[in-house]
Design a protein around this ligand. Sequence first.
Ligand code: VGL
Ligand code: ZN
Length: 211
Amino acid sequence: MNNLFALTNTDALLVIDVQNDFCSGGALAVPTGEAVVPLINDLSGKFPHSLATQDWHPRSHQSFASQHPGKDPFTLTEMPYGPQVLWPEHCVQGTAGAAFHPDLKTDQFELVLRKGFRPEIDSYSAFFENDQRTSTGLSGYLRQRQIKRVFLCGLATDFCVYYSAMDARKEGFEVFVIEDACRAIDLEGSLGTALEDMRNSNVKLVTTDSF
Ligand code: VGL
Ligand code: ZN
């Protein structure tokens, strides 16, 4: 059913990390990642407010396996803030891989928030870095603009979308994940865990046909 949500000025679409490196051919390609682009373009045309994030790492970022001699991508390491997946180098600041997908309509984004720029802390969430303490300032921004409902889409369902959704709940927003406008990495069952965790935390899973 269309227009289920009767969107108002207190609703925002949060587009997570629709960047070349997470699309086919990219350094950390999410399977069929680019398929979300037309759906998100359509959604952002319907929302009163849209915002986007960019994963934005310095070359020496500690989430890169290349910074840990002898360690392979997609294995775990221990950081001062806890376990951290090591990734292939991706979304390096200023590179083509860090740019938005060329077909993504970006003009209507009122804010582009970059995250993961501190070499020593990764940041999956758009709200808090992986130490769960360092704020990106996004909750303050949304609150000051009277946003009450946050609708998430983008890449990847089980990492940056998931962590952003969970933090948005913790910060008191009503939270929706538009599932078909997301794609997952699914590392060792991470998608199943993320979906279950979101359901248990009152993050509502919805689809684009509701808009
Ligand atoms: C992401 C892994 C590493 C994401 C970012 O956008 O989901 N995943 N950096
Ligand atoms: Zn990253």
